[in-house]
Design a protein around this ligand. Sequence first.
Ligand SMILES: O=C[C@H](O)COP(=O)(O)O
Length: 246
Amino acid sequence: MTELAAPLSFTSTKMNLGRAGTVEWMERVILPCAPRLARLSFFVCLPYPLLSTARELLSGSGVGVGAQNTWTGGGNVTGEVSPCLLAELGCGHVMVGHAERRNLFGEDDSLVARKAAAASEAGLVPVVCVGEQQRVSTSAAARHTARQARAALENFAEDAPVLVLYEPGWAIGAERGASPEHAAEVLEELHRVETRARARFLYGGAVVAGTYTALRERGVWDGAALGRAVHDVGLLREVTAEMLAA
Ligand SMILES: O=C[C@H](O)COP(=O)(O)O
């Protein structure tokens, strides 16, 4: 069994906070929790225009900065942001293939694969997001998710680090996330198709205190992505304490 010293965690603010809101949130929630967040190798994925501000604010805190999306390289693509620029701006990670991008912009596995490869070549760690959009049976979810991961990482460098985030679309913002049993079966399938030594597996979707422990009891999860759990300092302390103790 693969064991990690401490689980990994991150969050994405999506488009929910402007500049002032992001600064306020970081000062009120992230910086006070920074010592424990650093133990979780925590990073925040932000809209492009806020990356430099965040880098400055979080400098020396141990909390990293990541992007929510990227493109497949550089060149003449109006309106996109290359992974090389993200690396230059100090990002360590970039999300690719989030459920919302697949849903709203029709991003498919082939595009996600090209983005992941380009991100990795630029020195970023891609967070490859996979998961069923609608509620389906556990076996169907496992097959679907494993197929997405296989396609996204088919030509990915064998020795490069990658985070695979299982985040079922239906669990995002839902009252409850996937049951540990459901997630465990999906994870098992993900481990079967993705065997790179430096691949790490995270769960996301309605994560609360207790989620990570319940998942860990049923499989080798390397961490969890936090959404609503990062809105409030008390909640974040609770969830991260539980993760560090798991
Ligand atoms: O994109 C997914 C979110 O980060 C999950 O958010 P949530 O934990 O509030 O459901």
